[in-house]
Design a protein around this ligand. Structure first.
Ligand SMILES: Cc1cc2nc3c(=O)[nH]c(=O)nc-3n(C[C@H](O)[C@H](O)[C@H](O)COP(=O)(O)OP(=O)(O)OC[C@H]3O[C@@H](n4cnc5c(N)ncnc54)[C@H](O)[C@@H]3O)c2cc1C
Length: 422
């Protein structure tokens, strides 16, 4: 029987779930509400690791991803005077380095657009089936969730209300869905486990030198500050600021954007290298994204007819580089279990958790990096020296060790109940 489903959040997880649900033979009625007034364009490039690319292929969207992919050729380390100490990735065969960058690197906004267009196209194809409907509603979010026997009553920000067979919280790391039902007090956000790092991402106009550059340049300062410039996008350079979270930066998530920018400016004002240019551009950019890097851990991903998906339920954190892939995998398993269990939504949600939990437990293991060495000036000097030696010897193991990929340790289940491409 078709289900009436509400998805909170049109990020990666929400749009991916819409794609899998419209491919279910059940012909669900799907509404996605997004709090922002349009798709959010902020963020840097994301990559599809392990199961991510095969799932996009099964949705028939891998060619679109490939067409929009960004091709970096090397990872470099420079000092505050701009002198390059190490470069990983350029070799005689002209092959790229592996590790931090993957075959499928795509801007977050492009990936959301590919998923959005994909879901609309499939829904249009199947619109002959009366119950198969999909709608995206922007500038709207749920403000109240009340569990009824086998439904959920939802009150929305515009005062309207409706009832659904299933509500999916795909509303990101600071999920309101989770805070409404999982946290004792909504302001607690007690499911967040902070890693001690904060990040800010935005775009800059390219300089002359960056126009033909495909480099991912990094400059490190004591105190775990890293300023990175990724130059491979043809239209702009991406700036990434990382810092060890100070008392002020802890407040980031709850501040207006202007205040967030000021906090970053204060933290980076004496950086050197490209710092001045980057901070000046940050003040005028309108695609600023900042976050305290955290993992989300909750004991159970569903309560009654409400279920969490993606970062809302099991954010692995930016440090793992696996948040996007985890959202795709989670969306696939949730849609697959719903299709498999038909009318029995309770069993489907239990099975979603049983199948996915071992995968999430693996990807939430943070990389075994002891970053303490980067805190002092001496430690940092030693690190630059080691990087220079590794680079001279053409040893790329550093880049490969930084990001993990769990394809071989957990297999994707098969769901013939979903009509996917081979
Ligand atoms: C603007 C932006 C930029 C990002 N940039 C990067 C990046 O550069 N690198 C990186 O690794 N990760 C980035 N992330 C996080 C990354 O997208 C996620 O970690 C990952 O893809 C999992 O996706 P998700 O859909 O679970 O969460 P998200 O991608 O965070 O999507 C959640 C969506 O829900 C919406 N939302 C929030 N609250 C509500 C609500 N109450 N009701 C309805 N909708 C709501 C948000 O506007 C957003 O569209 C970014 C996220 C955002 C929102």
């Amino acid at each position: 029987m078709p289900l009436k489903i509400l998805i909170n959040g049109a990020g990666i997880a929400g749009t991916a779930l819409a794609n899998f649900l419209v491919r279910s033979k059940q012909g669900h009625d799907i509404t996605i509400v997004e709090r922002a007034s349009k798709f959010r364009t902020g963020g840097t490039q994301l990559d599809l690791k392990s199961h991510g690319a095969p799932l996009m292929k099964r949705l028939g969207l891998i060619d679109e991803v490939r067409a929009r992919s960004i091709h970096e050729t090397a990872l470099t380390f420079v000092d505050t005077k701009g002198r390059e100490w190490a470069r990983f990735g350029i070799n005689k065969a002209g092959k790229r380095y592996s590790g931090v960058t993957s075959e499928y690197e795509i801007m977050r906004a492009d990936l959301v657009e590919v998923l959005y267009e994909g879901s609309k196209a499939i829904a249009a194809k199947t619109s002959g089936q009366e119950s198969q409907r999909l709608r995206y509603l922007f500038a709207k979010h749920a403000t109240e969730l009340t569990q009824l026997d086998s439904r959920v009553k939802v009150v929305f920000s515009d005062g309207s209300s409706d009832e659904y067979d299933l509500v999916v919280g795909a509303d990101g790391q600071n999920s309101m869905t989770r805070r409404m039902l999982w946290e004792p007090k909504q302001d607690d956000n007690s499911a967040l486990r902070y890693t001690g790092y904060s990040v800010a991402y935005f775009h800059l106009p390219k300089t002359e030198e960056e126009i033909d550059s495909n480099l991912f340049k990094n400059c490190l300062l004591p105190g775990l500050k890293v300023l990175s410039l990724r130059c491979a996008h043809k239209d702009f350079t991406q700036a990434m600021l990382t810092a060890s979270t100070t008392e002020e930066l802890k407040e980031l998530d709850n501040q207006p954007v202007e205040k967030q920018k000021d906090l970053w400016e204060a933290s980076y004002k004496d950086f050197g290298w490209e710092g001045k240019r980057v901070l000046a551009e940050m003040q005028t950019t309108d695609d600023f994204y900042t976050a305290s890097v955290a993992q989300v851990k909750v004991d159970t991903w569903s309560k009654g007819r409400v279920v969490l998906l993606g970062d809302a339920g099991y954010c692995p954190s930016l440090l793992t580089g696996l948040g996007t892939t985890a959202s795709l995998v989670g969306a696939y398993v949730l849609a697959g279990e719903l299709a498999r269990h038909g009318d029995n939504v309770g069993e489907a949600l239990e099975s979603y958790e049983t199948v996915l939990r071992p995968y999430v437990d693996k990807i939430q293991q943070l990389p075994p990096m002891n970053l303490a060495i980067f805190r002092s000036k001496l430690g940092l000097n030693i690190s630059y020296f080691v990087l220079a030696v590794l680079s001279k010897l053409k040893i790329d193991s550093l880049a490969n060790a930084l990001m993990r990929d769990d394809k071989d340790t957990w297999q994707l289940p098969e769901y013939p109940e979903l009509e996917l491409e081979e």
